[in-house]
Design a protein around this ligand. Structure first.
Ligand code: HPA
Ligand code: MG
Length: 227
């Protein structure tokens, strides 16, 4: 193959495929906060630098597709805050330098669906600003991770009520899960195996959001921070 097989790394979602047998990097090769112990984490799955490079590219694609429309980035808290913040920074940089521009507003919605590493039954919206302001707007939902797709589907249904003009979704991570998702986000950073990951604002019972890299939590880590 002319590309040396690299095209296998592009998934049907358009995201970078992290294969099932990807071992990650040993934690001790990177810096991480002293308050987490190496036993809590199995590996660095996606280093911070690669996350940033991928988001820079997503920002370009979003600009190409949606440039010259007004958009509202709807950040799904809490797991999406870091992705949303970095995405906004890259779009701002493009707005300063490219011919197209993308006027942006940012709105927030807070959802709750996980306890330990298990998805709870239903989507709970635990906080949001007045979503009626989304009427007639072009919305880009910004999610840190999409796994079963249930949350995304329920959120889309919830937002449709406010009659936006257009709704697109970007997910930094999408999990490959057998029961799979019928609809994938429009802009995907990485497709990952079905493992519980933390860091870059993704949590396990509120821990690990303050880790820059995306890491796999170990069984020891899960036990230590279980509630
Ligand atoms: N990590 C953190 N939060 C999540 C995950 C995950 O792997 N999947 C769904 N929410
Ligand atoms: Mg969570």
């Amino acid at each position: 193959m002319a590309d040396g097989g690299a095209s296998q790394l592009v998934g049907k979602s358009g995201g970078i495929v992290i294969p099932d047998d990807w071992p990650g990097y040993p934690l001790q090769l990177f810096s991480y906060p002293e308050h987490y112990s190496p036993e809590d984490l199995e590996c660095v799955y996606i280093p911070h630098g690669i996350i940033m490079d991928r988001i820079e590219r997503l920002a370009c694609t979003i600009m190409d597709d949606l440039g010259d429309h007004d958009i509202v980035l709807l950040c799904v808290l809490k797991g999406g805050y870091q992705f949303c913040s970095d995405l906004v920074e890259f779009i701002k940089a493009l707005n300063r330098t490219s011919e197209k521009s993308l006027p942006m507003r940012v709105a927030f919605i807070r959802l709750h669906s996980y306890l330990n590493d298990q998805s709870t039954e239903d989507l709970q919206i635990v906080g949001a600003e007045d979503l009626s302001t989304l009427r007639g707007k072009n919305i880009l939902i910004v999610e840190g991770i999409v796994d079963t797709g249930k949350t995304m589907k329920a959120l889309m249904k919830h937002i449709e009520v406010f009659q936006p003009k257009m709704v697109k979704v970007t997910g930094l991570l999408v999990k490959r899960i057998p029961s799979g998702m019928e609809t994938l986000p429009d802009y995907v950073g990485f497709e990952i195996p079905n493992r519980f990951v933390v860091g870059y604002a993704l949590d396990y019972n509120e821990y690990f959001r303050d880790l820059s890299h995306i890491c796999v939590i170990s069984d020891t880590g899960k036990k230590k921070y279980k509630i």
